[in-house]
Design a protein around this ligand. Structure first.
Ligand code: ADP
Ligand code: MG
Length: 565
């Protein structure tokens, strides 16, 4: 450990030298109240910025143990500190000048969800804090401007650290509120199965967003209000009683006229697998944490997925119990998405007709008369939705505005009417009874075959460095391959995408041996992350990462074209 004064001297010495001289700053320095570590120095002012970390001892940081006594409270606290730090750095960023990224100070940008991230971690044993950030080391052209770096490290950054990482400088009520909220959210999640529910939407929630490009709450929106028949009151540890709509497990239909808020409700349920920050409007919208939005995804690749419950007798006699393709159709892609969600442990499927393949969802009477069951490879979802719940315990919440066919099989029907839900099960069932469907039923489905074993990759050539890059949340570049993730609508942060990339890479090197099944590979990854943290996935300075769910992990492996199963 060196002193801050030594760092200052070093900066004086390298001022106006060529940019590579910055490499000498790598190391750890004692500042007043914290340690600054320069972990990775960028190669030039236009390259990805340098990576640094700030460590504050538990005693100096001073956070009361009550704020991190449980995992969810700790994650809420870390999230809160990251946001606070980000707010301060956004003001300090680019105060120091120069070419390229010179003067940039940045930390993970958190959206509306609260995620476990490597950006900030608090050691529950000591209360010590570690915060990771990036700084663009300043230069003019390729000449070091060390005075500007001095300004960052000795003036701007210390203010951010002081303002965000020391309890005495923060608002205790706000920190407590966030931790209590996290515990209430956890309590709802824990209560759902006991009440036989798969989702809960609190009265007063604000579901719509400000715009198609903003995840902030819509100003002036109609607040959510549960229909009496679905209203439940939960006792939360901090808020006490909270009333809202409880959606029971089983088959639930959301219907209603166009533009009445169906997709908005479903979208809120999709994201209810995550906790949201205070003020988001969806903080008490909580869905079964394993819920998966399934949709059509033309063009995706499929690797030995057993879609025989939905697709059989394809032209050319193709095997649908081990179905593979480089370019799936709407219906085969959605069939694979459903089966793979179940393989990933999902107990709740969320489907919006807006993003579904029609021939996967329904087949009307007239079509069944013209094209008989024997000539049609697809057993539509409507013929399986009941079985999925009754035999396999997988519930479905389905938005269906245009087809009444599901009225017969649904356990309940919710109508969205001017953005407010009404339960119309009795009415829908009455009308359905007067409209009998053909009695021809498909043979019962057998449980899918999940025994897929990833085959080892060719050994890397010595000295090969694998490149990993994310394209926002939409795709992952690993080596020479692009893994398309655009249709994973529950992936909410590009740091989750980066973590998925690290997982693929780690699995490729360490886990995939031709013997472990895909489930076992993913079990091993989850165990590693639980025991050693996300940083264990990548040797030597991972980019900032956020924890993805098991369901997105599966989905990512399932879209990795170079994986042989
Ligand atoms: P649907 O799927 O029924 O056609 P959407 O859910 O797409 O309808 O909603 C239509 C529009 O109404 C969207 O622009 C959405 O933001 C808005 N909206 C949804 N819910 C509300 C609400 N509670 N208050 C105000 N506007 C809403
Ligand atoms: Mg819609």
């Amino acid at each position: 450990m060196q002193t801050a004064a030594e760092l200052k001297n070093l900066l004086m010495r390298i001022d106006r030298k060529g940019y590579p001289a910055y490499k000498d700053t790598k190391g750890c320095y004692q500042f007043s109240g914290y340690q600054l570590s320069i972990d990775h120095v960028q190669g030039d002012p236009f390259a990805a910025p340098s990576r640094l970390s700030v460590r504050v001892d538990g005693r100096d940081a001073g956070f009361p143990a009550d704020l991190y006594r449980t995992r969810c409270r700790r994650i809420a606290l870390q999230d809160n500190l990251t946001r606070r730090f980000a707010a301060l750095t956004s003001r300090a960023s680019y105060q120091a000048k120069g070419s390229g990224h010179s003067g940039l100070i940045s930390v993970s940008r958190c959206g509306q969800q609260v995620l476990e991230r490597t950006a900030c971690s608090l050691d529950p044993k000591t209360g010590g804090l570690l915060l990771r950030l990036e700084i663009g080391f300043p230069a003019n052209g390729r000449t070091i401007n060390a005075r500007e770096l001095e300004k960052i490290l000795f003036e701007l950054l210390p203010r951010c650290v002081q303002g965000a990482l020391f309890y005495r400088n923060l608002d205790p009520a706000q920190l407590r509120y966030a931790a209590d909220l996290a515990e209430d959210q956890q309590a709802i999640r824990d209560t759902l199965p006991r009440l036989g529910l798969c989702a809960f939407v609190a009265d007063g929630s604000i579901l719509p967003r400000a715009s198609g490009v903003s995840d902030l709450p819509m100003p002036g929106a109609v607040p959510f209000r549960s229909p009496d028949s679905l209203s439940v009151t939960l006792q939360l540890p901090h808020r006490g009683p909270v009333t809202g709509m409880g959606i029971p497990c089983g088959v639930t239909l959301i219907v209603g006229g166009g533009y009445h808020g169906k997709s908005t409700l479903l979208r809120a349920l999709e994201l209810g697998v995550y906790d949201h920050i205070a003020g988001d409007g969806r903080e008490l919208v909580i869905t079964d944490a394993t819920a998966v939005k399934t949709r059509a995804e033309d063009g995706r690749s499929i690797r030995r997925t057993d879609i025989s419950a939905f697709i059989n007798n394809l032209p050319g006699g193709r095997d649908t119990a081990h179905f593979s393709t480089e370019d799936a159709s709407g219906s085969t892609s959605q069939a694979a998405n459903v089966v793979e969600a179940i393989e990933a442990g999902s107990h709740l499927l969320l489907i919006d007709e807006d993003t579904s393949a029609t021939n996967f969802m329904v087949r009307d009477e007239l079509m069944q008369r013209v094209i008989s069951r024997e000539m049609e490879p697809i057993t539509p979802f409507i013929d399986r939705v009941r079985e999925l719940y009754d035999r396999f315990g997988v519930s479905t919440i389905l938005v269906a505005g245009s087809s009444g066919a599901y009225f017969h099989t649904a356990d309940r029907v919710i109508q969205m009417d001017h953005y407010l839900p009404r339960e119309i099960t009795a009415l829908a069932k009455r009308e359905a009874a007067a409209f009998p469907l053909s009695s021809s039923r498909p043979a019962p489905m057998s449980p899918a075959d999940f025994d897929r074993r990833p085959q080892p990759f060719p050994a890397p050539r010595p000295g090969d460095r694998v490149k990993m890059k994310t394209m926002g949340k939409d795709a992952l570049l690993l080596g020479h391959e692009t893994v398309e993730l655009r249709c994973l609508e529950q992936l909410v942060d590009q740091e989750q995408t980066a973590a998925l990339g690290c997982c693929l890479h780690y699995a490729q090197r360490q886990l995939i041996d031709g013997r472990r099944s895909l489930q076992q590979v993913i079990d091993a990854l989850e165990q590693l992350i639980a025991q050693r943290g996300l940083n264990a996935l990548w040797e030597g300075g991972a980019p900032p990462l956020a924890l993805p769910r098991r369901q997105e992990l599966f989905a990512c492996f399932d879209r990795w074209r170079s994986l042989r199963l």
